[in-house]
Design a protein around this ligand. Structure first.
Ligand SMILES: [Mg+2]
Length: 255
């Protein structure tokens, strides 16, 4: 991966971006810093301001692991597209299937209530986000023990979920639900944007990076080794400058 704030990398971003580019961003860890309690995330004012400017001049999407309602309550702006649940919520052409995903998530929640022994559940919480589930264990007394018992329980779930691990979180996604990569491609088609730009920080964002599509400019936040993104930023704080650079380019290409 190449550090995006190198002159040559910024020049390739400028070359890539045009009026028909869809700008998509993950939320937690990308637009907003990660905080111990995910309920308390906040988009820094400078980020919100730059995102609002971009949203006025270009096609903007937020593609997040949160439910759409939850994400909306933190965003403070209305992007043209908002996709929740790692891609499994908010895509017009998948709307009919969302009910089926929700039934699956409800069933996993019921099963997990029985599968996770009471003693192990201390500090573990199950978040039903509609079409997917997240199991949080950040507050477990013993993180490793909690994680092991969660993995044992997940292994017994019917139907088998697609499991995506994050920072003290296991996300359970219906096997046939669209992921962030599929979501971005669908949005690009809907918006009639042949090009896409995507910035994200964790495992579910790799579904976009893994597309390895020359028409998608990919930026990983944090510089995680093994990421399939082409470019990276050192940490979430650099997102403000990224948005400023994009807005400068957007201003030039609008002329
Ligand atoms: Mg994230």
């Amino acid at each position: 991966m190449i550090y995006l704030f190198k002159d040559s990398a910024l020049a390739s971003m400028e070359c890539f971006v045009d009026r028909a580019t869809l700008f998509a961003f993950d939320l937690d860890g990308t637009l907003a810093p990660i905080v111990p309690d995910p309920g308390n995330i906040g988009i820094p004012e400078a980020v919100r301001k730059e995102l609002a400017i971009l949203n006025k001049s270009m096609n903007v999407a937020v593609i997040t692991g949160r439910s759409c309602d939850d994400a909306r309550s933190h965003l403070g702006i209305s992007p043209r597209y908002l996709i929740g649940n790692h891609g499994a919520e908010g895509l017009a052409e998948w709307r009919m299937r969302e009910k089926e995903f929700s039934r699956t998530a409800d069933s996993w929640q019921d099963q997990l209530t029985l599968l996770l022994p009471f003693n192990d559940r201390h500090g573990i919480s199950i978040e039903n986000k509609g079409t997917t589930l997240s199991i949080h264990y950040r507050y477990a007394d013993n993180i490793e023990v909690a994680h092991a018992s969660i993995l044992r329980a997940i292994h017994k779930l019917v139907p088998r979920p697609r499991r995506v691990s994050g920072k003290c979180i296991e996300n359970l996604i219906p096997e046939n639900a669209p992921d962030k990569g599929i979501a971005l491609k669908i949005l690009m088609r809907q918006a009639a944007c042949p090009k896409g730009f995507f910035a994200g920080d964790d495992e579910t964002d790799e579904d976009v990076f893994r597309l390895d599509d020359e028409n998608i400019f990919t930026v990983q936040i944090g510089g995680k080794s093994g990421s399939r993104a082409k470019f990276y930023l050192k940490d979430q704080h650099e997102i403000t400058r990224l948005l400023r650079e994009i807005n400068k380019i957007a201003k030039r290409i609008k002329r």
